[in-house]
Design a protein around this ligand. Structure first.
Ligand code: PCA
Length: 203
């Protein structure tokens, strides 16, 4: 089985993105999965286009997008992708869509097709703070997540796919007094655990 795992470029004035750092450090195989990785631009539209192109090329069985959710204390296994782009800040190309659908005429939402509760159980059992999140917000991560699930819904073969939001790195939290953070090694470990559980669950 093949997995495609993505991180995002830094955005919002940050110099690093924990998702990019963690994804870049993944080994080539995790729990029997061959791992391909990609870093997506934090830009509405372009990120989803890059993801689509990579999916055409790689044809993975499993896709895990990883993104930064600064301010969250836990690893967030996202359950719902919503058909809205509504940006509080500009993306890396200066776009700030307001109340715009990701896919015009598409369904309001999709659910992730990853085994969220088994992944949650594995993460917490391994000593990592985690939760199932009911909203991935309405910025670029949600937009990519929605595009991914829209594509998964259209293809005949089952595609295990979802989004994991991760906290700031300690070096980022140092510039945001009071913000929670998680060490890079733990974030990377979490990504591997989610992949391993998803691979087992798929069969
Ligand atoms: N987090 C942003 C976009 C890129 C990233 O890492 C988000 O949550 O939408």
């Amino acid at each position: 089985m093949k997995a495609f795992v993505t991180g995002f470029e830094p955005f919002g004035g940050e110099r690093v993105n924990p998702s990019m750092e963690a994804v870049r450090r993944l080994p080539p195989r995790v729990g029997g999965l061959d791992i391909a990785t990609g870093i997506l631009p934090t830009v509405f539209g372009l990120a989803a286009a890059r993801l689509e192109a990579a999916l055409d090329e790689i044809a993975p069985d499993l896709v895990l997008c990883v993104g930064e959710a600064g301010g969250r204390a836990e690893l967030s296994l996202e359950r719902v992708a919503v058909n809205i782009e509504d940006a509080r800040i500009a993306d890396n190309d200066g776009n700030r869509p307001i109340d715009r659908p990701v896919v015009a005429g598409g369904p309001a939402a999709y659910f992730a097709t990853l085994p969220l509760k088994p992944a949650l159980a594995a993460l917490t059992q391994q000593g990592l703070p985690a939760a199932v999140s009911q909203s991935a917000a309405t910025f670029v991560c949600n937009s990519v997540f929605y595009s991914l699930m829209h594509r998964a819904a259209a293809q005949p073969a089952c595609l295990r796919a979802g989004l994991l939001h991760v906290p700031y790195l300690p070096e980022q939290a140092a510039a945001h007094p009071g913000a929670p953070s998680m060490a890079l090694c733990d974030i990377r470990r979490a990504v591997e655990i989610v992949l391993r559980v998803a691979a087992e669950d798929a069969g």
